[in-house]
Design a protein around this ligand. Structure first.
Ligand SMILES: [Ca+2]
Length: 142
């Protein structure tokens, strides 16, 4: 391989080599029914519900009382987790019909809670470096 190509190959590999890992421990999962939906956001405007702002997403079989998932290859930076228990397994966060608040248990990193609304990105934000990061999210119902 020519030196230029070798340098290019290295520069392409470098971001992966420095990527971190985010281990998510979801607690207070009430039952084994449905899925635990986990989204890892780096876009504050999309957090916590617009999945287009979440480059990393996972749909994990619900395991009571604790469900875990690990996201590999997460770019270093500021991230926030949004988690909910999709109890009926329809892939969506069910909301109440009269007042639009969630009726399935949910949570966020740092266990950030919103006041009269969803949690804020800055409250849920945590840093990802090149190593492993563990976040414990305790689900609760509103
Ligand atoms: Ca649902």
């Amino acid at each position: 391989m020519k030196p230029v190509l070798a340098a290019l190959a290295l520069s392409l590999l470098a971001p992966l080599a420095h990527a971190g890992e985010v281990r998510v421990v979801v607690k207070n999962v009430e039952s084994n029914s449905g899925y635990v939906m986990i989204a890892l956001f780096n876009d504050a405007d999309k957090f916590p519900t617009d999945a287009s702002g979440a480059p990393h997403k996972a749909k994990v079989d619900a395991r009571s009382p604790t469900t875990t998932h690990t996201f590999p290859d997460v770019a270093p930076g500021t991230w926030a987790l949004s988690v909910f228990h999709d109890v009926d397994g329809d892939g969506e966060l069910d909301v109440r019909s009269v007042i639009p608040i969630p009726k399935e248990p949910m949570g966020a990193s740092n266990n950030a809670k919103g006041r009269m609304g969803p949690p804020k990105f800055e409250d849920a934000a945590f840093k990802v470096g090149s190593g492993a990061t563990e976040q414990v999210v305790v689900l609760s119902e509103l």
